[in-house]
Design a protein around this ligand. Structure first.
Ligand code: MG
Length: 381
């Protein structure tokens, strides 16, 4: 083998630049962070957002995502997404968007890993029933709960509650909540995570539904977005089996949506002359798809809503899960001595219903069902 750099040797790869050297002027630089609520010394090895990412990944709430429903409960197969694998898929798609747009991809990854932390067991079915259970004390929303987890419920240091994350991470999560205020747009990094969430679930919910037999491939191929993706695939390959076509279309859907959003965002940034974070926050939303693709995504979502999310098998499970959670909630409110001590100590401060809500919302699907069996059905007091 030739010595590196000799005329006959392979071309040398350029030395990698430090990531901040690659960030666009409209990206959020960690050196401009508003910092943490409880001041901490800077980490010698990592940027503040890298520290935040580690705190989220090491949290109990993050680990529990592995046994929480995305759309379909775990009992049906091991193929489909859980809340954890969905979160990882959003993170990888969001990072790709971020790199292409020269945004801060450490911040993006951190926001993506945190974006669904507040989901209770059984996904939106669990969210809706907890919202009813807590109607008299503010209701329940998974995005608000995500904020509550990282600001209050998780612990990383005895000196402060929560994970003491950087202001931009908290603000990004707060912007997902129903009570968000202010006229400024979210940071482009936050917008990128929103776009990645949409790209990811629009693609993967259909894949999971196909695998579980809730949909037929032929039905999806009548939806304009799938039709167009299949046309693009067939231009490259003419001899695909049904399974190969499905995989290729799913891949095409991800790549197509990503490319569309990247191109649209670049055009928007250039047209509006965006050259700073402040300018990006005053502009119209920038990390968006073309109107044509957005319309096709809406058609797909409407179809999935009718045919998948309202599928009799999904609705049947939803009703059973909601009954179990409502009974577990009522039982714990009636018998607060059953609460673990780390929650019991919160009752004076937060009130009993909210404390029970926090405890139940933190459960995985299977733990909630086990608690229902061991406490409610067994009549524990
Ligand atoms: Mg999500």
């Amino acid at each position: 083998m030739s010595a590196p750099g000799s005329p006959a040797g392979p071309a040398r790869e350029p030395a990698p630049l430090h990531p901040t050297a690659l960030l666009a002027p409209y990206a959020m630089h960690s050196r401009d962070s508003v910092g943490r609520r409880y001041p901490e010394a800077p980490d010698p090895l990592r940027s503040p957002y890298e520290v935040d990412r580690a705190r989220i990944i090491h949290s109990a709430a993050f680990r529990r995502l592995s046994h929480k429903t995305q759309v379909f409960t775990g009992e049906r197969s091991d193929y489909h997404r859980t809340r954890l694998t969905h979160t990882l898929e959003v993170a990888v798609v969001a990072r790709t968007l971020g790199r292409a747009l020269r945004l801060n991809d450490d911040l993006i990854e951190t926001l993506a890993l945190a974006h669904d932390l507040g989901h209770p067991p059984f996904g939106h079915a669990g969210e809706d029933i907890l919202d009813c259970c807590l109607a008299d004390c503010g209701g329940f929303n998974h995005n608000r709960q995500g904020l509550r987890i990282v600001e209050e419920l998780e612990r990383v240091d005895r000196r402060f509650p929560g994970l003491n994350l950087s202001g931009e991470v908290l603000e990004g999560q707060a912007e997902r909540t129903p009570s968000r205020t202010g006229n400024l747009r979210p940071l482009l990094e936050v917008q990128a995570v929103e776009a990645a969430d949409s790209i990811t679930y629009d693609t993967h919910d259909a894949d999971d539904a196909l695998y579980l037999g809730l949909l037929e491939l032929g039905e999806l191929l009548e939806i304009p977005l799938w039709q167009a993706a299949a046309r693009r695939v067939r231009r490259q390959h003419t001899d695909l089996t049904a399974d190969e076509l499905r995989w290729a279309v799913l891949q095409e859907l991800l790549n197509w949506q990503l490319t569309d959003v990247i191109d649209t965002t670049r055009r928007g940034i250039e047209a509006a002359g965006i050259a700073s974070v402040a300018a990006a926050r005053q502009a119209a939303p920038l990390v968006i798809a073309t109107p044509e693709l957005a319309e096709q995504k809406r058609e797909l979502e409407a179809f999935l809503f009718e045919r998948v999310y309202k599928h009799p098998q999904v609705l049947e499970f939803r009703a059973a899960a909601q009954q179990a959670l409502a009974e577990l909630f009522a039982h714990l409110v009636a018998h607060p001595r059953l609460l673990p001590s780390r929650f019991a100590v919160r009752v004076d401060q937060d009130g009993l219903p909210r404390t029970v809500g926090d405890y139940v919302a933190g459960m995985t699907d299977r733990y909630a069902l086990a608690q229902h069996r061991d406490l409610v059905r067994a009549g524990a007091k």
